[in-house]
Design a protein around this ligand. Sequence first.
Ligand SMILES: NC(=O)c1ccc[n+]([C@@H]2O[C@H](COP(=O)([O-])OP(=O)(O)OC[C@H]3O[C@@H](n4cnc5c(N)ncnc54)[C@H](OP(=O)(O)O)[C@@H]3O)[C@@H](O)[C@H]2O)c1
Length: 286
Amino acid sequence: MQFLRDGDEVLQVPPVQPIHTLTVSVRTRFVIAASGRRGLAGRMANTTIALVTGGNKGIGFETAAQLAATGATVLLGARDRVRREEAVAALRATGADVHPVELDVTDPASAVAAAALVDATYGRLDVLVNNAAVSGGWMPLTGSDPAVVRAVFDTNVVGVMNVTNAFLPLLRRSAAPRVVNVSSSVGSLHVQRDFRGPLGQLPGSAAYVPSKAALNALTVQYAKELRGTGILVNAVDPGYCATDFNNHAGTRPAAAGAANVVRLATVGNDGPTGGFYADDGAVVPW
Ligand SMILES: NC(=O)c1ccc[n+]([C@@H]2O[C@H](COP(=O)([O-])OP(=O)(O)OC[C@H]3O[C@@H](n4cnc5c(N)ncnc54)[C@H](OP(=O)(O)O)[C@@H]3O)[C@@H](O)[C@H]2O)c1
């Protein structure tokens, strides 16, 4: 189904993807072998280490590029080996320090294996961007398919918990740990409840919209549980970006949405936690 107004999304069901074993690039393997954990971790002490899930395309890819442009070492998490390697190659061609990490967010073992790899290589994580998501199509509640609802929540909500929990021990070792959950304005109950507004006029959604509302709730719960640890956890609305997610019907480039993500990913230690932000840090109502 297609949304027609600015700020809306057009959704599509992604294909089922095969599961791969954990891999690391030849370059990274060489660096690990040459340096050992301590040596590399020591040399990386002043470099931000950032992981982006679903980094192989769309907003995740642009986020990886923009984080790398700040000087960060970017770990590009993606579930498909070919798409992962192609994305890493494209970013490296620009001079970015980007490394592939196999990561299917729906698989807790995959998240744990990815965290073990990052731990062994860098010893910590500074920035986690939970970007990976699926739409499940725009499915009305009446006659909705519970299997699709479960699949969407498994990626967009439980997947965020899988990855965040696996990487929390590494985030706790960072001097400036940040978690950014890529949400959506459709996940705002306030916006949805405005029945005369552009999003409130849309038909009900059984899966994607509730999953983003749940992600917002999860963001607040993590911020609450991690209060006092220095780990700042925020949700971001990237806006309506032209990506595969909406058959490129979005009204602005993915890079514009990524800028919102990077803003929260690089916020200072006095920055917010448990918030929901859009362009230029504008607060999105829950
Ligand atoms: N585009 C918009 O207008 C818009 C608006 C508001 C919010 N958002 C949010 O922005 C984020 C990125 O969306 P996008 O527009 O960039 O979509 P996209 O181009 O379809 O990218 C989605 C990414 O998520 C990955 N992914 C899906 N399931 C995964 C899994 N189980 N494990 C690992 N990776 C998985 C995909 O990998 P594969 O290539 O392997 O499928 C892909 O890299 C999502 O959270 C979305 O909800 C987008």
